[in-house]
Design a protein around this ligand. Structure first.
Ligand code: ADP
Length: 483
């Protein structure tokens, strides 16, 4: 349950379940109440009818109780009428004994009958209504007991009763129906909730997708489409657009500052270099001055390289570094880089080998940028490979892409460092001198990555510390370039 959509669905279903439960309980209680009321009315009608029958019979006949041996009983002619009453009926004598039963009462077990007649067993009882448990199989009954004092001295009262479960569509039926319907309602509610949540969150999903596409760093000029509805989504889109505008502005100032600063630094650096170079060829310079001039020149060269790299990256960020694309045979380019690598390797004590395909590898690229990219990787390979090691360049192609790879047997890169090597100014060992054993400023691979991606390609590194590294660049033949 990680997405908002699932959480909303869950809450919606729970809310509906609670509502259904509350509604069902209210309906159940109401139904139980009115069911009992209906039963009471029926019992009242039946009891009054039986009462009137006994009273009228007594008035006409004078005597309505006969004695059969020692057991008194209601006159059979009169009880025949009472037998037709659909519910339980008990007529009690003055001593509490049973004088007559309706037809449905007679099959009741003796203990149930005893319990049913109990409310009539108290002398001087009043008309009252209540519920009695009769035990299995009848269950609880609703009863009405009324005193009968105008049908002769032998009759004390009568009771009518009916099982509580007899109410038409009673609470039991209701409960059963609810239990059957509730799961269907809940599943339906879950589906509707899921659909509703999906529909209401769709604009958020759209905004998320658009922001993701915009925040790749090169599309900060793009803005979200603002829905005309003027609702929360509209406000969200407006807020994100405002944020993007501010981001674009600050990124723009940053890029402009870097580009301007690098540009402004180029001329003084050139003047400096020219001055130092001129001083170096001046005759009669003492050796210690010569040495410090040499070191100054190395620093100036390093700084010039850094300023140019910064300028390239700043222009790329601003989208002002267009590619001069032309079709060329990449074998020539790689052969050229391999030659440079051979010379650099020779002075570093590293052997260079390369393999090129026999067939031409034609691709439309910016040859200067691709050369720069390959030189960056190759010079790193030589720089980070100790004397006696080897670097191997290769060029391959298939139907879809061209692949360059540069393998070295150097110091390798620690797994934790691999995700950072393309970051600007990142170096595995920043404490190491920028001009010492392995000089560098940490911008080469950032430029390399930009060049590869500007050609629609990808760069991949595999490396093991002390075993060496393999840099693989893949350029698709159907290129969608980014500048
Ligand atoms: P640098 O100027 O420091 O070489 P890069 O951007 O070219 O900057 O490389 C960044 C870092 O990646 C280097 O400082 C180095 O730690 C690591 N690196 C790059 N290429 C290799 C390689 N072939 N072998 C080992 N480490 C490498």
């Amino acid at each position: 349950m990680t997405t908002i959509r699932w959480r909303l669905t869950l809450w919606y279903t729970v809310a509906l379940a609670v509502t259904v439960l509350a509604f069902g309980t209210a309906l159940y209680l109401e139904r139980r109440q009115s069911g009992i009321k209906e039963l009471d009315q029926r019992l009242s009608l039946e009891a009054d009818l039986a009462h009137r029958w006994l009273t009228e019979s007594y008035k006409v006949l004078g005597r309505i109780v006969t004695t059969n041996g020692s057991n008194p009983a209601l006159d059979p002619g009169i009880s025949a009428y009472l037998e037709s009453i659909r519910d339980y009926l008990v007529v009690a004598g003055s001593a509490g004994q049973v004088l007559a039963l309706s037809e449905v009462t007679r099959p009741l077990p003796a203990d149930a009958l005893e319990r049913l007649a109990a409310p009539l067993d108290t002398s001087g009882f009043r008309r009252h209504i209540g519920t009695l448990p009769l035990g299995s199989p009848t269950g609880a009954v609703r009863y009405l007991a009324i005193p009968v004092d105008d049908a002769g001295p032998s009759i004390s009262g009568l009771l009518v009763a009916t099982p509580t479960g007899q109410a038409a569509f009673g609470p039991g039926d209701l409960l059963r129906s609810m239990l059957l319907i509730a799961p269907v309602i809940l599943v339906g509610a879950g589906l509707v909730g899921y659909w509703l949540a999906g529909t209401s969150l769709r604009p958020v999903q759209t905004i998320m997708d658009e922001v993701e596409a915009i925040s790749d760093g090169r599309s900060l000029h793009r803005r979200l489409a603002v829905p005309l509805s003027g609702d929360e989504m509209g406000r969200l889109a407006l807020t994100v657009n405002g944020m993007l505008a501010r981001l674009e502005q600050s990124f723009g100032s940053l890029h402009r500052f870097t580009a301007d600063a690098s540009h402004e630094l180029k001329t003084p650096l050139m003047v400096l270099r020219a001055g130092v170079e001129r001083a170096l060829v001046h005759p009669g310079i003492p050796p210690e001055i010569l040495q410090s001039l040499d070191e100054t020149l190395a620093q100036i060269n390093q700084m010039t390289e850094m300023v140019e790299s910064l300028l390239t990256l700043a222009r790329a960020d601003e989208g002002r570094a267009p590619l001069a694309v032309e079709e060329c045979d990449l074998r020539e380019l790689v052969a050229d880089v391999a030659e440079t690598a051979g010379m650099l390797g020779e002075s570093a004590g590293v052997t260079e080998v390369h393999s090129l395909p026999d067939a031409p590898v034609r691709l439309a690229v910016d040859r200067h940028r691709i050369r720069e990219m390959l030189l960056n990787i190759v010079t790193n390979a030589i720089k980070y490979t100790p004397q006696g090691g080897t670097i191997a360049l290769s060029l391959e192609q298939d139907d879809e892409a061209v692949t360059f790879s540069v393998r070295d047997s150097g110091i390798g890169i620690a797994p934790g460092d691999l995700p950072h090597i393309f970051e600007r100014f990142w170096r595995a060992d920043p404490a190491r001198s920028r001009t010492g054993e392995r000089p560098g400023v940490g911008l080469g691979l950032a430029i390399t990555k930009w060049i590869v991606e500007a050609h629609g390609g990808s760069i991949n590194v595999q490396s093991r510390p002390s075993r060496g590294s393999v840099f693989t660049v893949r350029l698709p033949k159907s290129i969608s370039r980014v500048t």
